[in-house]
Design a protein around this ligand. Structure first.
Ligand code: FES
Length: 192
């Protein structure tokens, strides 16, 4: 192949690329969407228990006692029955509160008193599984951060830098469903 042939071929490739851009020819790009079980809870998803004694059951408000220790729960797509368990960032802790004692700005996020917070501590990401029943605070077992469930998951002790993310809920046909995506950022910020 002569130098001229190389040049012609190179020009031709460049021209074709340009034409693609100019004419808007679609170039297939791999989809960036996540598998459904890794997606964060979506509006309309059911909430299901993720621990005994009601493992896998759809949550109804009357299944929770007032101010009981929060229990682990997940979202489930009602159309495909996909449980969104592909990321630990999807897990929430749910309990039932006295709606009237909740800070007013968060009241629309609860469903018949059921409230859901991300299970992931905003300090370094441990699961917030402990419970101070005297002060009604969720607590992290790793470095003892505490979160006020009656005030939007506000940090009331320990090194956590941010409140827990809150998952807005609603009631449809007696069952607890996801009303909107997480309020606040789920997960933790790396500390340096
Ligand atoms: S990871 Fe929760 S307090 Fe440190």
């Amino acid at each position: 192949m002569s130098k001229n042939d190389d040049t012609a071929s190179s020009v031709s490739r460049r021209t074709l690329i340009k034409m693609g851009i100019v004419t808007g020819i679609a170039v297939p790009i791999p989809a960036l969407s996540q598998p459904p079980n890794r997606m964060r809870p979506q509006s309309g998803d059911f909430i299901i228990f993720d621990e005994e004694p009601n493992l896998g059951e759809l949550v109804r408000p009357e299944m929770l006692d007032l101010n009981q220790q929060p229990v682990s729960a997940l979202a489930k797509d009602p159309d495909t029955d996909t449980v969104r368990d592909g990321s630990r960032l999807n897990r929430v802790m749910i309990t039932r509160i006295d709606h009237n004692k909740l800070t007013e700005r968060y009241r629309d996020n609860t469903a018949d008193g059921v409230i859901a917070y991300s299970a992931i501590c905003t300090h370094t990401g441990c699961d917030v599984i402990n419970w101070d029943s005297a002060q009604l605070r969720m607590a992290c077992p790793c470095h003892e951060s505490q979160f006020d469930i009656y005030d939007g998951g506000r940090v009331v002790g320990g090194p956590a830098p941010r409140p827990l993310a809150m998952l807005p809920l609603e009631i449809i046909d007696g069952f607890v469903r996801v009303a909107a995506s997480f309020r606040g950022r789920v997960g933790f910020t790396q500390q340096f």
